[in-house]
Design a protein around this ligand. Structure first.
Ligand code: GAP
Length: 514
């Protein structure tokens, strides 16, 4: 646990030191769970968004984009169920006065059990070597089976109690598990209460006539209320999807873990409108499609897993998370939800407007069912960033800190370094930049010895360093150094574009989804 915390602290401080993520309003001591993205962070975020948008919109015939406003008519949130049901179970510790999400306390307890399982697996893998069969071990090792049963039993009970809104049983569960306040160790808990997560605001200058609004807690509703506009203006035929990226706001009770759980964050959501009755098939298809998207980034199959929901949100008939191994354990990265006709049906009721589709194949009108994929951009950022940050032991007994970002997402694709600041080398470096910058984000770096510049670019996540030296003046060649292997090769300046392109081009990365 201490090692995990240590690693996570390194991620947070590296993100700040290299201009990726800053605490919001830091000079005023910050604002809890609100963050700003610096000069590198904004590029990484933009690249992740684009990687998602290309896969979702550009490469699909039947998915189009949308950019709906953050402010929406307040009845939207009544219809969506958020006014009545967008709550988290809250519990206070009477001694430390700290507030927690009751379900998170229980989930953290379960995560500790899962850690124990992982430790047993690692130990056994070491003991048995090549003959180790993980599946068989998980199914037959008595201790591991008991741990698994315990974890499943706890999550099941939690899910059922939350489903029934039985908050008394949630508290009972916390007491039975002997869960203590992580800050103080005290077990003196209040009752569990529901807490609505939406932020309220007002529209209009006049106090009497101002309208109470909410900042949207999800982007999805902007898609639902525009379903007919897009379907009719785009002559869309079911099945089709509408994709959107944008800010969402939630007054999270426990806002910790850096950009994992924020109060202002960005979502990338897609609603896929389908014939009623086909939802199971589309649910499986989209689960598979989204997992392929993640795996295309090459961050390790072992770092992902599906988690099927016990407790379903008020709108869903099936739901699964894609979980990622964050520095603090496996946690939700993306949700795939079969939302039935709940949202469109409810908006029909509340607005009095028909939100139906005439299906020429079936020759009838119906309210479409919806399959949703929903991923937090900031959470994806954290997954990519934390997984990429590595300390490497080098052959000469030194270490290097390297940010092995998937090259396609890296903020800067290449740094151009003149070996020395004289003899015309900077001019050649600038000329190379002038040429490459039309296709890639490239940077000039002339400060310090070249070895230090390599280290700086490694820590920054830059996949290539291109060094201009005296030989360049004679034969128009440079050395190109690869961040991950640290290998260097001498290449012609004229070939640089092709070499970089091969590694960073979205096409070749996204083709891995096929
Ligand atoms: N429209 C469905 C929906 O919003 P959700 O599971 O509440 O579903 C979807 O959120 C995704 O949004 C999550 O999987 C997560 O990646 C991201 N997300 C949710 N709350 C977040 C928060 N407070 N901070 C950062 N990301 C968040």
């Amino acid at each position: 646990m201490a090692k995990q915390e240590d690693n996570f602290k390194k991620v947070i401080s590296h993100a700040k030191e290299y201009g990726y993520v800053f605490q919001s309003s830091e000079i005023y001591d910050g604002l809890s769970a609100v963050y700003d993205y610096g000069q590198n962070g904004v590029e990484l975020k933009k690249n992740i968004r684009e990687y998602w948008w290309k896969a979702m919109v550009q490469l699909n015939d039947n998915i189009v984009g949308l950019d709906a406003a953050i402010f929406m008519h307040p009845t939207t949130w009544k219809a969506s169920g958020h006014v009545d049901a967008f709550n988290d179970p809250l519990i206070d510790n009477k001694d430390s006065k700290k507030r927690y999400r009751a379900d998170v306390l229980v989930e953290d307890y379960v995560a500790k059990i899962e850690n124990k399982i992982e430790k047993e697996v690692k130990k056994a893998a070491k003991r048995f070597g090549d003959s180790f069969d993980k599946k068989q071990f998980l199914e037959t090792n008595q201790r591991v089976v008991e741990y698994q049963e315990q974890a499943t039993g706890i999550l099941k009970r939690l899910g059922q109690s939350l489903e029934k809104e039985d908050l008394v049983d949630v508290k009972k569960l916390i007491e039975e598990l002997d869960i203590a306040c992580p800050m103080s160790g005290s077990k003196n808990w209040t009752d569990v209460k529901q807490f609505n997560l939406m932020f309220g605001t007002k529209l209009g200058a006049n106090a009497e006539s101002a309208m109470d609004l909410y900042l949207r807690p999800e982007t999805a509703q902007g898609i639902f209320v525009n379903f007919l506009n897009v379907q009719k203006s785009g002559r869309m035929k079911i099945p089709f999807g509408i994709a959107q990226t944008g800010k969402a706001f939630r007054n999270e009770i426990v806002a910790r873990q850096f950009i994992f759980r924020m109060r202002e964050f960005e979502q990338m959501e897609m609603q896929f409108f389908i014939q009623p009755g086909t939802q199971k098939e589309w649910y499986e298809k989209w689960k598979e499609n989204r997992m392929k998207w993640h795996l295309s980034l090459g961050m390790g199959e072992d770092n992902y897993r599906f988690h099927d929901h016990e407790k379903l949100a008020h709108y869903a008939d099936a739901a699964a998370d894609i979980e990622f191994r964050f520095p603090f354990g496996f946690k939700e990265l993306e949700g795939i939800h079969s939302r039935t006709d709940f949202d469109l049906g409810s908006h029909e009721k509340f607005s009095g407007k028909k939100l139906q589709y005439f299906d020429p194949e079936l020759n009838k009108n119906y309210v479409p069912y919806v399959l949703e994929t929903s991923i937090g951009l900031d959470r994806m950022f954290l997954a990519v960033f934390s997984n990429s940050l590595q300390e490497e032991e080098l052959e000469n007994n030194t270490t290097r800190t390297v940010l092995k970002l998937p090259a396609v997402l890296a903020p800067t694709k290449a740094a151009i370094l003149p070996l020395v600041k004289k003899d015309g080398l900077p001019d050649i470096a600038h000329a190379i930049i002038e040429d490459l910058r039309w296709d890639f984000n490239v940077k000039y770096d002339e400060k310090d010895a070249v070895g230090r510049r390599y280290r700086r670019q490694d820590a920054n996540g830059t996949p290539f360093c291109i060094t201009v030296d005296h030989q360049t003046k004679e034969d128009n060649t440079v050395t190109i150094r690869h961040r991950d292997s640290m290998e260097q090769e001498r290449v012609a300046i004229a070939d640089l574009k092709g070499i970089i392109s091969k590694e960073v081009d979205m096409r070749s990365w996204l083709l891995k989804m096929k």
